[in-house]
Design a protein around this ligand. Sequence first.
Ligand SMILES: [Zn+2]
Length: 457
Amino acid sequence: MTVEESLQLQRATTSADIAAGERACPVCAREAREEYVPLFVLEEDLQQLIRANAPDTSSFEAVCARCVRLFERAKEQIMQDAALKKDGSSVLSTPLRLDAAERFTGKGVCIAFLDSGFYPHVDLTTPDNRIVGYRNLMQEDGDLASLFQPDAASWHGLMTSVVAAGNGSLSNGFYRGIAPDANVVLVKLARTGRITERNIQDGLEWILENRAKFNIKIVNISAGGDFEQSYLHDSLSQTVEECARQGLTIVCAVGNAGHLPNHPVFPPASAPSAIAVGGLDDNNSINRAHRGMYRSSYGPTLDGLQKPELIAPSIWIPAPILPDTPTAKAAALLEMLDRAGDSELHKIIEENAGIDAELDAALDRPAYMLRQIIALKVRQESVITKHYKYVDGTSFTAPIVSSVVAQMLEANPNLTPQQIKRILISTAERLPHYEVDRQGWGVIDPRGAVEKAVSFV
Ligand SMILES: [Zn+2]
């Protein structure tokens, strides 16, 4: 063997290599800022779990202490309640992927959601009902019927509210949001999924009138207008500014138009005091080397403001499936098939005829082909379990930021919207290799933001 050949041979990374700063942690790709832990000192099942969740390699001997803590903390739950990916790694929850602090849960903090419609999902209503207010702006006050309609307009707000404040009750708490104890107020803005700038403004005005009654501190707006406007002449932007003056933190999805030549940012996200949230694509991994940008909209705005301020996961976000819908039935069937043995597949499909036409039509195929069809459908339908699926878009990113703000306000109720924004920005972490315009100050750091909130005076 020549010297050159021998240099190319793969050698397992030793803890000495890592301690010497030669390699980043193989699981999260962080540089050694703290101690590394050799795998052999860990319990066997923890070792296996960590190896299975290193995306690129299994030949390593040590990981960073932060990763050990993360997997130690969540080990039992990951093994019992996390869905498995085809490569044997686990579908991790949003709090785990962002390493959010668990000490704060948004308890006592109220987040209002402006959206096209909602549903009282059990992740919000059990064991205690945390939906403290519901208002349908299309109906007289007091209407509740529209909250229980499992229609298309209800999906969007169901997912935004549960991504932030759901307690993961249908996964033993695993697929929960970062603020699983927060209270929510749900404001239905429109009859269909189509929301206008006027609708959003009506919603904000209702919140200004009712914020004291419900103790609303945060407003999540996963919707936007249709035109770029200077905040100086736009009444929605002016209303956002008024909300901020009155102590409300306004979190907005920046939009999903990053692939368009002008990638515009519309009100309310373009208003100066809004926290506009863009999209991180973490490739469904905790390895930072896999982080890239989602196609979220970006500025500068007509007023020259940098938007978004922050980015957070915008794809591979676990979100609830609306119960009693064809999607829910299909997801339940797919989960059952995915877990069943080959000999049971035909029987299960037969017994569940009428739910999925493609599976019905494939009944005469051998089991290995059914298996392929099932795997393809699980992927196409973004199914995680029968109760949760993956969603993408900045609509579901803004709620992640809203949930971190709820933690911050629980930790320090005196923070003003301006202070909250400053803390989020100062703790965010830039993605290397991406323009600043697209990511603002970078990826949200929930743990860092909450720690800073605690000590902020
Ligand atoms: Zn690590």
